[in-house]
Design a binder for this molecule. Sequence first.
Ligand SMILES: Nc1ncnc2c1ncn2[C@@H]1O[C@H](COP(=O)(O)OP(=O)(O)O)[C@@H](O)[C@H]1O
Ligand SMILES: O=P(O)(O)OC[C@H]1O[C@H](OP(=O)(O)OP(=O)(O)O)[C@H](O)[C@@H]1O
Length: 181
Amino acid sequence: MNRGRLIAVVGPSGVGKDSVMAGLIAARPDMRLVRRTITRAADLGGEDYDAVTPDAFAEAARNGAFCVHWSAHGLSYGIPADVLRDVQTGTDCLANFSRSALAQASGIFPTLTVLNITASPATLARRLAGRGRETEAEIAARLAQADKCLPSGLNVVTIANDGALEDTIAQALDALQPARA
Ligand SMILES: Nc1ncnc2c1ncn2[C@@H]1O[C@H](COP(=O)(O)OP(=O)(O)O)[C@@H](O)[C@H]1O
Ligand SMILES: O=P(O)(O)OC[C@H]1O[C@H](OP(=O)(O)OP(=O)(O)O)[C@H](O)[C@@H]1O
């Protein structure tokens, strides 16, 4: 079977995951940019997501709407179930992911590829404040979780995003080639 990859983009809050993903999709429109379901108020920016209530999320999860879901920052996040079908039929799918959900995802997606974005603590703090989506307390809580480890044994590409976004995107595009094993 001509399998695609689930490309899970991970890294601390404010590191630039959504920004890098936007650049990747602009250069590789053949990939699917996964639209997540999140129990976050609508229209807060940063990414296009399906905003739902906690009750609606729980019901969707019970009904099998997600292939992977997790909780973080007091929110629930779900990856639509049809991503599994797309990957199995050859489409590379790009998703903003939790480091804590990678072990779960690797059991479902044998072609899981992890794009691990890093930046210094000072860069993270500056970017989160500049983004303006979270309160100061929420930003502090996110910065406290910046150093989470990745599970061992995964296919991981690590790229620093302290410099120009264009450079990071170019490195990521290069690292994600070839598209097929
Ligand atoms: N290389 C970069 N240089 C400068 N600003 C950046 C860079 N990458 C991302 N940003 C900015 O940092 C903020 C956080 O980026 P975002 O993509 O939302 O991160 P994440 O999804 O990892 O939380 C945004 O305001 C974004 O425009
Ligand atoms: O387990 P972790 O790797 O710490 O990730 C926890 C959550 O943080 C990010 O969410 P979100 O996009 O809401 O936040 P961010 O933009 O501030 O990273 C990421 O997509 C996960 O859902």
